[in-house]
Design a protein around this ligand. Structure first.
Ligand SMILES: [Zn+2]
Length: 404
């Protein structure tokens, strides 16, 4: 057992500890506290003027799209951006092309270098499962279903479940299902997914929800640019009837929203939508830099926290964000919501993401029994409010992993 001493320790589960220590035994946290009267001994390491905190959680990304870095320019309207992504992906029909696999490996390395310990990774092809299994990251790979016109929704979902059941999970890597979005997934597919996951202990499930104005328009009226796009690509279902409500209300009334759901984006959510999500115990995953790039708009971060909903953070894919640094998302969130207490945002970047992904027994806080996958952040002279400093934009050069 080794004791690590640091100027600041951020357990997240309690306020920062000034001049504290953490004892690590066989890769796990054994104990923590303030300096003992005996001072520094043989098995003690003084880390100096640093902050030690849990590894970050990127609760929403698409590692398989990493090859699209800098390939899809920003857009002022969301459907235009989606059209550009669809065109870019069509140019790469082989999901296991060497360039795509290389970009996935680079993105995983970049994530770890930026302080991420755990990711929620959305995949249409499951091509990221192998690279993640070989990596240092913990992850849930969400096999994402997208099918608006689904004549046999139950078999469609069953086939997807068979595919993820064939993957070998590990202590650090699991697979689950995601629905793409209410405008691209048939109501009966949502129902089949809900039924498939009902009764399981805790199976996380993800869905892009209330991301754009075009989405809220389509779910309310059945019209607009989404309808045009679905018709254009031959995915329209003439039997579909517009729900006439908000996307959140639509999924809630279908019984889809629960504490296992990660609802991603929420840019267009009203206060009643947020109250509904909070009542269900779902987690809202905000990806503010992506929202700015895709034309979805700025997420109402202050409203998210005021509503009491659980908030986690994602970078989204490299097709819509310049890097996979969760500290950069925190800096954007701070700029959008100067009044939200810093501890709440740090909680979102760690504990909330770990809980939403079902990995809170090992990640998300510094507590005895959890993995010692901990970040050491260099603190500059003069920085006194450590929590606020961590929201100011931290570069990979300022951090390292605790070597245990
Ligand atoms: Zn996404």
């Amino acid at each position: 057992m080794i004791r690590y001493h640091a100027a600041w320790i951020l357990p997240i589960s309690e306020p920062p500890i000034r001049d504290g220590w953490i004892a690590v035994d066989r890769g796990r946290i054994a104990a923590m506290g303030r300096p003992a009267a005996s001072g520094i001994g043989d098995r003690d390491v003084d880390l100096g003027r640093v902050a030690v905190m849990p590894g970050l959680v990127n609760a929403h990304t698409h590692l398989e799209l990493s090859y699209l870095r800098d390939e899809v320019p920003p857009s002022s309207t969301f459907v235009t951006w989606i059209r550009r992504v669809m065109a870019a992906r069509r140019a790469w029909p082989d999901p296991a092309a060497p360039e795509i696999l290389d970009a996935i490996d680079c993105a995983i390395a970049e994530s770890a270098a930026a302080g991420t310990a755990l990711v929620g990774d959305i995949s249409n092809t499951l091509v990221t499962f192998g690279p993640l299994a070989r990596s240092v990251l913990a992850a849930v790979v969400f096999y994402e279903l997208i099918r608006f016109n689904a004549p046999d929704p139950v078999s469609f979902v069953d086939e997807a479940r068979r595919r993820i059941a064939a993957l070998a999970p590990s202590e650090r890597l699991r697979a689950s299902l995601a629905a793409h979005a209410p405008y691209s997934v048939a109501p009966l597919v949502f129902r089949a997914m809900r039924d498939a996951m009902h009764g399981d202990p805790f199976v996380p499930c993800s869905v892009h929800l209330s991301e754009s104005q075009e989405e809220t328009e389509f779910i309310r009226s059945g019209e607009g640019p989404w309808r045009e796009l679905l018709e254009e690509i031959g995915a329209w279902d003439p039997a579909w009837v517009a729900p006439g409500v908000s996307p959140v209300q639509f999924l809630d009334e279908g019984g889809f929203l629960g504490s296992n759901v990660l609802a991603v984006h929420g840019v267009q959510m009203s206060s009643s939508d947020l109250a509904r999500l909070a009542a269900r115990g779902a987690t809202l995953v905000t990806c503010p830099r992506s929202n700015g790039h895709t034309g979805a708009g700025a997420p109402p971060i202050t409203d998210f926290y005021a509503s009491g909903v659980r908030v986690a953070i994602g970078t989204d894919s490299l097709a819509s964000t310049p890097d996979l640094n969760v500290f950069s998302e925190l800096a954007t969130m701070r700029a959008l919501a100067p009044g939200v207490p810093a501890p709440l945002m740090l909680d979102s970047a760690t504990r909330q993401g770990a809980r939403a992904l079902g990995f809170d027994a090992d990640y998300g806080t510094i507590e005895p029994g959890k993995r010692a996958r901990l970040l050491v952040v260099q603190m500059p002279p003069g920085a006194v409010d450590v929590e606020e400093y961590l929201l100011s934009g931290i570069d990979p050069q300022q951090i390292r992993w605790l070597e245990i």
